[in-house]
Design a protein around this ligand. Structure first.
Ligand code: 5GP
Length: 182
């Protein structure tokens, strides 16, 4: 098996995280890249596991030192980026590496590494996306509005991805991603 880089993107609350967690649990040959972010941890999130929680200064240093494979400001608020070294090391060990990032980051990765497989996760419908976002209850109404505005823009760029997969059922969606990687 040739190791490959999978870039998974899609609108807020589409269930990317759930799909990726399912995939990792079933397929040890896949490894998740832990992103860095300047946003504050949510309750229960652990530094180095869910994200590397960095200060603005640390993030600036990482950019200056070319430590990031890609980075972007997401939802006009916080910065997120993919540390380059762990990705390169995992690929060298023959792992498939999964990046769960936003669409700006996805296009940066594709430009830098054209061999990366970019996959856009689609919701079954717009209404279902809105329902998933409000029912998870992690964002207040203003933040939900902001995320839905970003989602509209993101959905419009789905055609730029190598593949699109609909997340109507997590296990099925994860299996389709695995199939695209093999
Ligand atoms: P959240 O704050 O809900 O954890 O993530 C918000 C958004 O940031 C998600 O759409 C997620 O895909 C994106 N994101 C997470 N990590 C990265 C990253 O390393 N790079 C980029 N470009 N986006 C990321």
């Amino acid at each position: 098996m040739t190791s490959r880089l999978a870039v998974i993107a899609g609108p807020t609350a589409v269930g990317k995280g759930t799909v990726v967690r399912h995939l990792l649990a079933e397929h040890p040959e896949f490894q998740l890249s832990v992103s860095a972010t300047t946003r504050a941890p949510r309750p229960g999130e652990r530094d180095g596991v869910d994200y590397f929680f960095w200060t603005q200064k640390r993030f600036d240093e990482a950019i200056a030192n070319n430590e990031l494979l890609e980075y972007a400001t997401v939802h006009g608020l916080n910065r997120y980026g993919t540390p380059r070294k762990p990705v390169e090391e995992a690929l060298a060990l023959g792992k498939h590496v999964v990046l769960e990032i936003d669409i700006q980051g996805a296009s940066q990765v594709k430009a830098a590494m054209p061999e990366a497989v970019t996959i856009f996760i689609q919701p079954p419908s717009w209404e279902e996306l809105v329902r998933r976002l409000s029912s998870r209850g992690t964002e207040d109404e203003a933040e939900q509005e902001k995320r839905l505005a970003t989602a509209r823009i993101e959905l419009a760029s789905a055609d730029d991805f190598d593949y699109q997969v609909i997340n109507d059922e997590v296990a099925k969606c994860a299996a389709q991603v695995v199939e695209l990687m093999s």
